[in-house]
Write a protein that binds this ligand. Structure first.
Ligand SMILES: [Fe+2]
Length: 401
C-alpha cells in the first residue's frame, strides 16, 4: 500500500477511534499522593464498607515487607485479605486465571494491586475476569469489557508504567509471548496512592528503566496528533518531573523528594497516555519485550531517541517546546535546533542513569518479524509519522550490538 493510502487510512482510523473513545464510559478516579498516602488509600477502602480485599502483587515485594507496609491501614482495620502474589514481569493470561481462582475462592469484593505495571495490569484483568465467564482473550482491543468489574485500587511501587492512571492492561501469551492490550473505561483504578515511602527501596537500574518508560509516555502523548482533554498539560508535567527527578532518584534512592517527583511524573505521564495512547517507540519496544524479554523501560529507552530523530520534521514544534520546558534550549531558537537539543537531552539523561544505547539480545534474523509487528502496531496509534519497514530496520540496526 502506498504511503498516501496508508496516511489516509490512518487518519480515518483515528477519527473512528476518537468517536469510540469519546462515547466510552468514563470512570471516576481519585489519587492520594505523598508520604503516607498508602494509609490514606487503605482508610478510603475501609470507609467504603468492604470486608474482603484481594491483594494482587509479586513475591519479592511481599518478602521485602513492602506489601505489609502498604496495607497497614487494612490490617489495622481487620479487613479479610487474600493474596495472589504470582505475578511475574510481563504477566500472562495464565497468571490472570490463577488470580481469578483466588478471588473467587475468597469471595473478594475489591482488588488492591501493589507493584509495578505487571501487577497492576494483571489485577485489572483479574478484576474483569472475576465477574465474567468470558475468556479475557476475547477482550483484546478497546472497549470490549462491557460488564461490571470488581472495583480496583492501586499502589504503584515503581515510577514508570503509569498503569495506575490508565484504563489499559498489557497481558502476554505464555507460549507465543505475544503481548495483547486490553483497554476500556471500566479498567481504570477507582483510587490510587502515590506513596514515595514504598519506592525508596527500588534498585537504581529499575528506577532508571521505569523512569525512561514514564518519560517515553510523556513524550509520545505530547507529540501525538490527537487533540484530546488535558493531555498536553499532563504530558508536560510528566516530562518536566522526570527530567527534574530521575537522575536524583537514580543516584540516591532514599531521596524522598525525588521519589515523590518521579511517582507524580509517572502518574501524570500515565494520565496523558490514557487520553491519547502511546506511539512508535512503544510499537517497536513491545516487540523487543515480547521476542527477547527486554524489560519494557529498557526497550523504550533503547528506541526513544531514534524514533524522535525519525519524526523530527513532523514533531519539531512540539519537541522544541519540550526542549524549552526542560531547559535544554531557549525560546527564540529555531524549532529544528531546539528539537535536536531535546533529543540530545534525552540521550544525555539515558546515559546519566546508566542505560546502554545497544543491546546484544537483538538478532538480525528477527528484523522481519519485529518490523511487521511494529509497523502494524504503530498504525494503531496517533503518531506524527507512520513507521515504514526501512525505518524500523534502520532503528533496529542502530540499537543492535
Ligand atoms: Fe510504557
Amino acid at each position: 500500500m502506498s504511503m498516501f493510502l496508508r496516511k489516509t487510512k490512518h487518519a480515518l482510523y483515528l477519527r473512528l477511534m476518537k468517536l469510540m473513545v469519546n462515547f466510552a464510559p468514563s470512570a471516576r478516579h481519585t489519587a492520594f499522593a505523598g508520604s503516607g498516602s498508602s494509609r490514606q488509600l487503605c482508610n478510603h477502602i475501609v470507609r467504603t464498607g468492604v470486608k474482603k480485599v484481594l491483594v494482587v502483587t509479586d513475591k519479592p515485594l511481599r518478602q521485602l515487607g513492602v506489601v505489609d507496609q502498604a496495607i497497614a491501614g487494612l490490617l489495622d482495620a481487620d479487613i479479610d485479605i487474600a493474596y495472589y502474589d504470582g505475578v511475574l514481569p510481563d504477566p500472562t493470561f495464565d497468571q490472570v486465571a490463577a488470580g481469578v481462582v483466588v478471588a473467587k475462592d475468597h469471595g473478594s469484593e475489591v482488588i488492591l494491586a501493589i507493584g509495578g505495571g505487571s501487577s497492576m495490569d494483571a489485577a485489572k484483568i483479574i478484576a474483569a475476569s472475576a465477574t465474567s465467564d468470558e475468556s479475557p482473550t476475547e477482550w483484546v482491543g478497546f472497549g470490549k469489557v462491557k460488564h461490571e468489574v470488581l472495583k480496583l485500587y492501586a499502589i504503584p511501587t515503581t515510577s514508570g508504567t503509569g498503569s495506575e492512571a490508565t484504563m489499559g492492561a498489557v497481558i502476554s501469551d505464555a507460549v507465543t509471548h505475544t503481548k495483547s492490550i486490553i483497554s476500556g473505561g471500566t479498567l481504570l483504578p477507582a483510587a490510587v496512592a502515590l506513596d514515595p515511602d514504598l519506592i525508596v527501596g527500588l534498585p537504581p537500574h529499575i528506577t532508571a528503566a521505569t523512569g525512561m518508560d514514564a518519560l517515553t509516555h510523556g513524550i509520545e502523548a505530547y507529540i501525538g496528533v490527537w487533540e484530546r482533554g488535558t493531555r498536553l498539560e499532563d504530558a508536560r508535567i510528566g516530562v518536566k518531573l522526570v527530567f527534574e527527578n530521575l537522575a536524583a532518584a537514580f543516584h540516591n534512592g532514599n531521596d524522598l523528594d525525588a521519589r515523590e517527583g518521579m511517582s507524580m511524573g509517572a502518574y501524570y505521564a500515565g494520565l496523558a497516555i490514557n487520553q491519547v495512547n502511546v506511539g512508535n517507540v512503544h510499537a517497536i519496544a513491545h516487540q523487543l519485550g515480547g521476542k527477547y524479554g527486554i524489560p519494557h523501560g529498557l526497550a523504550n529507552a533503547l528506541v526513544l531517541p531514534h524514533v524522535l530523530d525519525f519524526c523530527h520534521d513532523e514533531a519539531q514544534s512540539r519537541l522544541a517546546e519540550l526542549a524549552v520546558l526542560v531547559g535544554a534550549g531557549s525560546a527564540g531558537e529555531g524549532d529544528s535546533q531546539l528539537a535536536h537539543k531535546f533529543i540530545n537531552a534525552v540521550r544525555d539523561l539515558r546515559t546519566e542513569v546508566g542505560i546502554p544505547d545497544h543491546s546484544d539480545q537483538i538478532k538480525r534474523e528477527d528484523y522481519d518479524y519485529i518490523t511487521d509487528l511494529a509497523v502494524a502496531e504503530g498504525a494503531a496509534y496517533p503518531v506524527p509519522r507512520l513507521l515504514d519497514r526501512d525505518s524500523v530496520v534502520a532503528i533496529l540496526t542502530h540499537i543492535t550490538d
